[in-house]
Write a protein that binds this ligand. Structure first.
Ligand code: FAD
Length: 380
């Protein structure tokens, strides 16, 4: 297994449950080497089903936040347009911090940290060859690429590469909101807050421990920050140095001119800013089966971040692990991987269509489209 994200760790954890050997090769030098990112909502029939297969559903239920399913939409002037409170007993898609999920999945697993895979060569005399950045190489029977958007395993099966959607996000974090920014804490509530304008959105999500992640999302060319006047029509604004926290904190609100002050405070109180242009793989990405190598999760079907990616990665990890554990020999294993790929492609293709259409409506020239989308999916 290459990659110790939600998909790779779920695969390894389910195999571990079946007493089947597995090697997890992860590029990060340690579990907490990078900030883990925002909260994830795990759906009953996707991520939670995967955790059930890993024997971890009860522990998830103890850690997760059903109240995080609350959703509020504001107009750009701050008027509340929609307010869906969470029902505490609703287990449809509770939220969990990524760090908590990672630690839950890691449990007894023996991950090889600091193993940076550079290339995978299928069908050699020794099996599938995995090459590493430090010059070493090792052979395996089956190599699974769960190494995310910029997968180094993917070229062994497919020439596809991610392309830019035309929509960028800048992510920021607020700490200790209940004490330091009580007005914002009340505005956000227990779950998520979203504000939709013309080709713009600001979304804030509560994580555990008083942490909030806020995302400024907008349509822009990839190099938007190199000349705000030319690319974003902001007269008198030159370039924005994305590495300069102070410059981003004071410059980003200019993209949301006229929006209510409390909404912009989500950006003005941000402690760090991460530029996340949204990339996707082609919808319904498939490949000709290559014995000994497969992909799952973002490596196979990177799609807009609308609450499906981690869920799919985890369910695929769990399903593939069950198939691998049940296989009785090399031929049987190859058939099991083929069948897994067919099932993954069909389901991921459906979600890629849904999330691609969803992103177009959420960051849209007509903000009413975003609200209509929520009206369609939120319980009445
Ligand atoms: C802002 C945002 C919000 C999101 N919210 C949600 C949500 O609410 N619900 C949801 O389901 N999804 C959400 N997603 C999508 C979700 O984050 C991804 O789909 C999910 O993380 C994919 O899991 P994965 O295991 O396939 O890959 P990743 O999480 O990308 O994990 C890949 C792992 O592989 C490792 N790796 C990479 N390259 C190498 C290499 N060469 N050698 C060894 N290791 C390597 C990486 O370090 C990483 O640990 C969101 C995404 C974003 C950007």
């Amino acid at each position: 297994m290459v990659g110790g994200g939600p998909g790779g760790l779920t695969f390894a954890r389910v195999l571990h449950r079946h007493d089947h050997p597995v090697t997890v090769l992860e590029r990060d030098p340690a579990p907490d080497a990078r900030p883990p990112g925002g909260t994830l909502d795990l759906h009953e029939k996707l991520g939670q089903l995967a955790l059930e297969k890993a024997g971890l559903l009860a522990e998830f239920q103890a850690l997760s936040r059903p109240e995080g399913q609350a959703m509020r939409i504001l107009d750009t002037d701050g008027t509340v347009l929609r307010d869906w409170p969470a029902r505490p007993d609703d287990q449809a898609h509770p939220e969990i911090d990524r760090g908590q999920l990672r630690d839950l999945l890691l449990g007894p697993l023996d991950v090889q940290w600091g193993r940076d895979v550079t290339e995978v060569v299928p069908e050699t005399e020794d099996g599938v060859l995995v090459r590493f950045a430090d010059g070493r190489q090792e052979a395996f029977d089956l190599v699974i690429g769960a190494d995310g958007a910029w997968s180094r395993v993917r070229p062994a099966v497919s020439p596809a590469t991610p392309h830019y959607t035309g929509i960028t996000a800048v992510e920021t974090s607020l700490d200790d909101v209940d004490t330091r920014h009580p007005d914002l804490a009340r505005l956000i509530g227990d779950g998520s807050l979203a504000v939709y304008g013309v080709n713009r959105a600001i979304v804030a999500q509560r994580n555990s421990g008083g942490h909030v992640k806020a995302y400024a999302q907008f349509r822009a060319p990839l190099d938007w920050h190199t000349n705000l006047e030319r690319h974003m029509g902001l007269i008198g604004h030159a370039d924005l140095d994305l590495a300069d926290v102070e410059a981003v904190r004071s410059g980003l609100p200019a993209l949301f001119d006229g929006w209510a002050a409390p909404v912009l405070d989500l950006l003005r109180h941000g402690t760090a800013f991460v530029h996340r242009p949204l990339y996707v793989l082609p919808v319904s990405h498939t490949w000709t089966h290559v014995p000994g190598v497969t992909l799952l999760g973002d490596a196979a079907h990177l799609m807009p971040p609308l609450g499906a990616g981690a869920n799919l990665a985890m369910l695929e990890g769990a399903e593939l692990a069950e198939s691998v554990a049940a296989a009785s020999g090399p031929g049987d294993l190859d058939e099991a991987v083929r069948a897994f790929e067919e099932q993954m492609w069909a389901r991921a293709g459906r979600w890629a269509k849904i999330t691609t259409a969803g992103l177009e409506r959420l960051v849209s020239p007509d903000p009413a489209e975003a609200i209509a989308l929520f009206d369609e999916v939120q319980p009445a």
